[in-house]
Design a binder for this molecule. Structure first.
Ligand code: ZN
Length: 153
């Protein structure tokens, strides 16, 4: 009984830690990011079933073969789904309201079999809309190399 009470009356102290992490993305994502720096969209392809993964995956989800072929994918694609974000996640994980909703789209690039996610700038967004990549003119790295998608017309 005494042990239970002790466990429920544990003192808590907050520690304001902000550790920085460097995370290895691995060979497959590294090749994808290296491509983005040169404005190339690189996908991995399964040598057995031919499935093309964007973003690249090391192992095919269908036949479990290692994907060792690389293909450059067009900047164009089709919106499969989209949503409107009303908040953003800040650098410390806190939520902040956006001044106006921002569209986020799942896009199936031409010649790819999987979907890439990025912002979408369009007045009348719809599933099936044809879009192209808008490259960031001053990217801080590979993660923001693709600024957003825009309608092709
Ligand atoms: Zn496969």
């Amino acid at each position: 009984m005494k042990a239970d009470e002790d466990l429920q009356n544990v003192g808590r102290v907050g520690l304001p830690l902000a550790p920085a992490f460097n995370w290895s993305v691995g060979n497959w994502m590294e090749q994808f990011f290296d491509g983005l720096k040169e404005r190339k969209i690189m996908a991995s392809k399964c040598g057995l079933c031919g499935r093309v993964f964007l973003p690249p995956r090391m192992i095919c989800e269908r036949c479990f073969a290692k994907t060792e072929e690389w293909v450059e994918i067009p900047e164009t694609g089709t919106v499969e789904a989209f949503t409107a974000a009303h908040v953003r996640v800040g650098p410390d994980g806190e939520l902040a309201d956006l001044p106006e909703p921002q569209l986020i789209a799942l896009v199936k690039h031409d010649e790819a079999d999987t979907l890439l996610v990025a912002g979408l700038v369009a007045k009348n967004a719809s599933a099936g809309m044809r879009v192209r990549v808008v490259w960031n003119e001053t990217p801080s790295g590979a993660l923001d190399a693709i600024s957003c998608y825009e309608p092709m017309d």
